[in-house]
Ligand binder design. Structure first.
Ligand SMILES: C[S@@+](CC[C@H](N)C(=O)[O-])C[C@H]1O[C@@H](n2cnc3c(N)ncnc32)[C@H](O)[C@@H]1O
Length: 212
């Protein structure tokens, strides 16, 4: 039944003329990669600290990464990495370090299985509440896809600012579906430098930087 849903999803991209996304979703189907949506209720997530699980990886995320000119010096952390959809896409770029931080151990287990099926060994994950993950000094890029509400985002942004005080550097935040935009920019050193559309998910992606 779930595989049928995956196939229907893939065909929907073909119908919309999104051929590359169709091929990507077809490979997800044939390799039995589990990136299926799960609601906060299904996952037992509390509304105060979390949103649902959904995947933002694929061709549309690639379009955004292609504009960032990743050379090999960069390292990225995905806060709320779920089943690893975005991490799989990051693995196609020469990031020196790719890390996922995820609250739910069962999603990390699925992500590890997905990565194994794809032969990806360059991605690391930790089970942690995003607000408690402070090992940030080596990262140059941070990714969020609609993971949690403002209270958690405020703590993560505070941790990022403390990391920048300890180790000054340029930091780029890629925020897909930026519900907590105000929390990222208000009273912080981050400002919005660009905005893209993530066509598949029908909402904007904001790019923030702590430098002009
Ligand atoms: C919308 S999904 C994004 C998945 C992945 N980043 C992607 O783009 O494919 C958000 C994820 O954030 C996780 N999450 C929610 N609250 C969290 C928290 N407080 N700390 C860490 N992860 C959290 C959820 O379990 C879910 O897997």
């Amino acid at each position: 039944m779930q595989l049928l849903t995956d196939m229907k999803n893939a065909v929907a991209f073909l119908r919309r003329g999104e051929f590359r996304e169709f091929l990507f979703r077809l490979s997800v189907y044939f390799r039995k990669i589990d990136l299926r949506y799960a609601s906060a209720d299904e996952l037992g997530l509390s509304a105060e600290r979390s949103f649902h699980y959904a995947d933002s990886g694929g061709v549309h995320l690639e379009k955004i990464l292609n504009r960032l000119n990743i050379t090999g010096e960069e390292s990225i952390v995905d806060f709320g990495s779920g089943k690893g959809g975005a991490l799989i896409t990051f693995a196609g770029y020469p990031f020196s370090r790719i890390m996922g931080v995820e609250l739910l151990p069962e999603l990390v287990t699925i992500a590890r299985q997905n990565l194994k099926k794809l032969g990806i060994s360059t991605v690391h994950m930790v089970v942690s509440d995003a607000a408690l993950f402070t090992d940030l000094d080596d990262f140059t890029h941070v990714y969020f896809y609609s993971p949690f509400p403002g209270s958690v985002m405020a703590a993560v942004v505070r941790n990022l600012e403390e990391s920048l005080e300890r180790k000054p550097r340029k930091l780029t935040i890629i925020y897909c579906n930026p519900e907590c935009h105000e929390t990222v920019v208000n009273g912080t050193h981050f400002h919005k430098v660009n905005e893209f559309s993530h066509d598949r998910l029908h909402h904007p992606v904001y790019l923030y930087s702590n430098q002009p």
